[in-house]
Ligand binder design. Structure first.
Ligand code: TMP
Length: 204
């Protein structure tokens, strides 16, 4: 079987972290060789850039460029070699996050993002993207109970409203790739959907 590239997306607190470890375990139970990774991060250099992105104050342009610098290294060192070796890659966030956060959230021009995307990953796109969709107020309440906010999590609800809309627009534009999951549903219900989708992915 050839590898698949799967991404988990959504605003902070929408629920993806609750499911990603479980999802990877389900793949392993089926005998699938999986690399679990995340963005920004996933390689030594990209993890260093992650620290800067999450903690240091910077403008929108530097933020956008650093996201793609991190992605470039991550792709070269982790994602492409794994896929080439037939492994599955399950990545916590990828370029849809850039469209949603830097594009819709911060107002970075779409043509710049499109240019960087095509430069950094060419035609490579995820085979499947799960979008965890949740109202920003609910997501903020969930986040607050878990940890101190980083630079993105400190943004106001208007920012997360724009990010959420950005994600939904992307999902609507590419229904063959996205599975949208209602973050208000019970964990067990979401897992039933994910399990069915794993079976579909394995059979295609
Ligand atoms: P995480 O907490 O889900 O690991 O994500 C770290 C933060 O990075 C999250 O608030 C979203 C943000 N982010 C972007 O703004 N653009 C991107 O391209 C990526 C991958 C993440």
């Amino acid at each position: 079987m050839t590898g698949r590239f799967v991404t988990f997306e959504g605003i902070d607190g929408a629920g993806k972290s609750t499911h990603i470890d479980w999802y990877v375990e389900r793949l392993r139970t089926r005998g699938i060789d999986v690399v679990q990774t995340r963005e920004p991060g996933g390689s030594d250099l990209a993890e260093t850039l992650r620290e800067l992105l999450l903690r240091r104050k910077m403008g929108m342009q530097a933020e956008l460029l650093l996201m793609f610098a991190a992605r470039s290294d991550h792709l070269e060192r982790q994602i492409r070699p794994a896929l080439a070796g037939g492994q599955w890659v399950v990545c916590d966030r990828f370029t849809d996050s850039t469209w949603a956060y830097q594009g819709s959230g911060r107002g970075a021009p779409g043509e710049r993002i499109a240019w960087l995307e095509s430069w950094v990953h060419g035609v490579l796109q995820p085979d499947r993207s799960y979008l965890f969709d949740l109202a920003p107020e609910l997501a903020a309440r969930r986040r607050a109970s878990v940890r101190a906010p980083d630079r993105f999590e400190s943004e106001d609800s208007a920012f997360f409203e724009r990010v959420r809309r950005g994600y939904r627009d992307r999902a609507q534009a590419d229904p063959g790739r996205f599975v949208v999951l209602d973050g208000e549903r019970a964990v067990s219900e979401i897992r039933v959907i994910l399990e069915e989708d794993i079976a579909d992915l394995c059979n295609t």
